[in-house]
Structures are given as structure tokens and as C-alpha cells.
Write a protein that binds this ligand. Structure first.
Ligand code: NAI
Length: 246
């Protein structure tokens, strides 16, 4: 299918690799204009931009910096048109330490990028899209539902993203902003965040017998960015091969 996102203009954070680039590929296929934003470019994102230069741009954006959010949104709207979609995807894993061993600095870094970055993207997405409407898609995780030993900061950041999404969605609905805000909860997806050892272990634990690929998350984001999801608000979209159904 094509053209489901004709006329849409999307910002994707952490968009130059992994899940972010997978979302971008699906959006472009469906006709959207896409701004990849990240703290760095990659060979894959340069290749993608060369291929789709009339639909895709890159602008640097550290999601923890509020001034950069304001600048990036201004630049994207000047180059691509009125923003309709924000995908808050940028994220990092944690130190792996148990909570009693976790360094405060490591805790704060994960919370800053994964949760505070999503707060800023949701805030400024709402600011510019309110009234005319739009969709904000917050990439949480199955680890926003279930705990994992050694992942305290990551669990907290993803659980926080899940519930932040609901209060923001209600703020939007109660004030007739027409901005729909939902969270997406990937299971284990093959990206640089996942080592081969983790892939092997998690494939065995996933009911479908393998981990996912970035496009699996891109497809649910197409639905949430498209007008056909007009009744979806403040909700949780789990795409995990059955992992948390067990
Ligand atoms: P990735 O490491 O491939 O991509 C993350 C991107 O975020 C990178 O391009 C990185 O440069 C960027 N980034 C890091 N710090 C940033 C900052 N301060 N500002 C802007 N960009 C920054 O990781 P992946 O796997 O694609 O993850 C994307 C999202 O999906 C993350 O939020 C992650 O927590 C979530 N997720 C991933 C899963 C997986 O199995 N890969 C499972 C569940 C959720």
C-alpha cells in the first residue's frame, strides 16, 4: 500500500539508524516528508537521504536540549512544511548494573535521553500542532510494562514514557488540541542496541521464535501517523512477537 501518509511531515528523533530509520523507510514509502534528527549521521542515513532527497532531510537534534528542539522544528517547518507527526524514538540502554550498584550519573543519563527527551518532544510537538492536529508517537518498550534485572533506569524511563503519554493525550483531548498521542512498545528488535548474544537468547524466549526487525515497528507507526488511527488516543501499542503475552 502507498500514499497513506501523503501530506504528512514527520520528525523522527534518533532517526539515523535502527528503529528510527526503519520508521523513516515506512513513512517515505507511504508518501510522507521526513526529517531525520539525531546527534550523528550514519552511512545508512546518508544513503537513505541520497535515495529520497526530495522527501527526506537531516537536522541535528540532541533531544535533551530544549533550544535545539525549537530550532529543529522551525527548520523542518521552513523546509518541509507544517509539522504533522513527531516520533520520539531516540533512546539508549542502561549500564546493566543492579539498582544498588547503579551510579547516579548513569541513571540520570538514561532518564535524560529516554524520558526527558520524550517530554520535550511531546511538549514542543503539542505546542506547534495544537489546533490544526497531528500525531505524536512515543517509542517506549515492553520494558515499560515488565521489569528486567539490571535495567532499573531503562525500565523507569520506559514506564515513565508510557504514562507521560497518557497524561499528555488527556491534556490534548481536554483542550481540543486535536493532537493524538500514543506509545509504541517494541519487543526485541534487531538493531545496534541488541548484541548477537542477546538476540540468540531473546529469540528463544519470544513465542514467534525470532526477534523483530525495525520495519515491524515502522508499520505500527504508519498506522498511528495516518488519519485512519483517528480514534486512538493515550493508548499502548505492543509489537513484540508475543513476548509479554506469556
Ligand atoms: P539505536 O541505538 O540503533 O538508535 C538510537 C538512536 O538514538 C541512535 O541513532 C543514537 O545516535 C540516537 N541518540 C542517542 N542519544 C541521543 C540524543 N541525546 N539525542 C538524539 N538522538 C540520540 O537503538 P534502537 O534499537 O533503534 O532504539 C530506538 C528506540 O527503540 C529507543 O528508544 C529504544 O529504547 C527503543 N527500543 C528498542 C528495542 C530494541 O530491541 N532495539 C526494544 C524496545 C524499545
Amino acid at each position: 500500500m502507498t500514499d497513506r501518509l501523503n501530506g504528512k511531515v514527520a520528525i523522527i528523533t534518533g532517526g539515523t539508524g535502527g528503529i528510527g530509520l526503519g520508521v523513516a523507510e515506512c513513512f517515505v514509502r507511504e508518501g510522507a516528508k521526513v526529517a531525520l534528527t539525531d546527534i550523528k549521521e550514519s552511512d545508512a542515513s546518508r544513503e537513505f537521504m541520497d535515495k529520497y532527497h526530495d522527501q527526506v532531510m537531516f537536522t541535528p537534534l540532541d533531544v535533551t536540549d530544549e533550544d535545539q528542539w525549537i530550532e529543529a522544528i522551525d527548520k523542518v517547518q521552513a523546509e518541509l512544511g507544517e509539522l504533522t507527526t513527531v516520533v520520539n524514538n531516540a533512546g539508549i540502554g542502561g549500564s546493566g548494573a543492579t539498582l544498588d550498584q547503579e551510579k547516579y550519573e548513569d541513571w540520570k543519563k538514561v532518564i535524560d535521553i529516554n524520558l526527558n527527551g520524550t517530554f520535550l518532544g511531546t511538549k514542543h510537538g503539542m505546542r506547534v500542532m495544537k489546533g490544526r492536529g497531528g500525531s505524536i508517537i512515543n517509542i517506549s518498550s515492553i520494558e515499560g510494562f515488565v521489569g528486567l534485572s539490571g535495567a532499573g533506569a531503562y525500565n523507569a524511563s520506559k514506564g515513565g514514557t508510557r504514562i507521560l503519554t497518557k497524561s499528555a493525550a488527556l491534556d490534548s483531548a481536554n483542550n481540543d488540541y486535536k493532537v493524538r498521542i500514543n506509545s509504541v512498545h517494541p519487543g526485541f528488535i534487531k538493531t545496534p542496541l541488541i548484541s548477537q548474544d542477546l538476540e540468540d537468547r531473546m529469540s528463544k524466549l519470544t513465542p514467534l521464535g525470532h526477534i523483530g526487525e525495525p520495519r515491524d515497528i515502522g508499520e505500527i507507526c504508519v498506522y498511528l501517523a495516518a488519519d485512519e488511527s483517528k480514534f486512538a488516543l493515550g493508548s499502548e501499542f505492543v509489537v513484540d512477537g508475543g513476548f509479554i503475552a506469556q
